[in-house]
Design a protein around this ligand. Structure first.
Ligand code: GLP
Length: 246
């Protein structure tokens, strides 16, 4: 079942998403959170940090597994997703760093890294709540349009549009890695609950195609329509092209 929660703006979206994550952590303190990077979740992490500082949240028993990582970037590289997670979230809450997992961008053996990561997810007991952003081309994690739906963690060649979209974090487009390790669509679909956040007018078209259009591999996020427990928190701008008044 897909539930769409309408938020006023980015800030409101972030607070609502953080509320849902908080509820998960309060209900199951030793839960496994699937986490995401990008601009969308920054505000959510900031809100969680604020509530943690107030003493309202405890991440002491939480485990996290991230969606993806650029291939070839180490955790010390400021452009890596490992670095992002530390500087936007992990370093500011009482999460145990030994229980924060990401694919290892430095493992040159792609096949082994992907098998290892699937094993990590299995060993921690699977994901209770998976946070997702939405790429402009409909990607989730780094599952690009056109790939088959049945994938586990794998190594992907990033599409030109993704490299363009993500170059803002790098000195130039040339420095954006051409490949990444990402949980596959099947890995994501195995999460018990999914929380997707999306904001801004620039995403309005893809929101419409992904959640109000047909389920097709050309729009990877559309598969979420088939998941039993998906919550989408979207701001008004992101919903501006849908007839989905609640
Ligand atoms: C990146 C990430 C995705 C993210 C997406 C959207 O490429 N791999 O996990 O959801 O882009 O990013 P943003 O939230 O910055 O728009």
């Amino acid at each position: 079942m897909m539930k769409i929660i309408r938020a006023k703006d980015y800030k409101d979206m972030s607070r609502k998403a953080a509320n849902i994550i908080s509820a998960q952590v309060i209900m199951k303190p030793d839960c496994v959170l699937g986490l995401a990077t990008g601009s969308s979740p920054v505000g959510t992490y900031r809100q969680l940090i604020e509530w943690y500082e107030k003493g309202d949240l405890d991440f002491g028993d939480v485990t996290t597994v991230n969606l993806d990582e650029y291939r070839g970037l180490s955790a010390e590289n400021e452009q890596s997703y490992a670095w992002f997670m530390h500087h936007n979230f992990f370093d500011y809450v009482n999460i145990n760093p030994d229980r924060t997992y990401l694919p290892d961008g430095m493992n040159p053996d792609a096949k082994r890294e992907c098998t290892r990561y699937e094993e990590v997810i299995r060993e921690v007991g699977g994901v209770d709540l998976q946070l997702l952003g939405l790429g402009h081309n409909g990607h989730i994690g780094f599952n690009e349009p056109g790939e088959e739906f049945g994938t586990l963690t794998h190594c992907v060649d990033l599409q030109e549009s993704t490299i363009e979209a993500n170059k803002r974090f790098f000195d130039s487009a040339d420095e954006v890695p051409r490949q990444a390790y990402t949980m596959g669509i099947q890995t994501i679909m195995m999460a018990r609950k999914i929380l997707l956040i999306v904001s801004g007018e620039g995403k309005a078209d893809i929101v419409k195609r992904a959640f109000f259009g047909p389920v097709v591999p050309q729009v990877p996020a559309s598969i979420l329509q088939m998941h039993p427990d998906v919550t989408i928190v979207a701001d008004e701008a992101a919903l501006s092209k849908c007839d989905c008044q609640e």
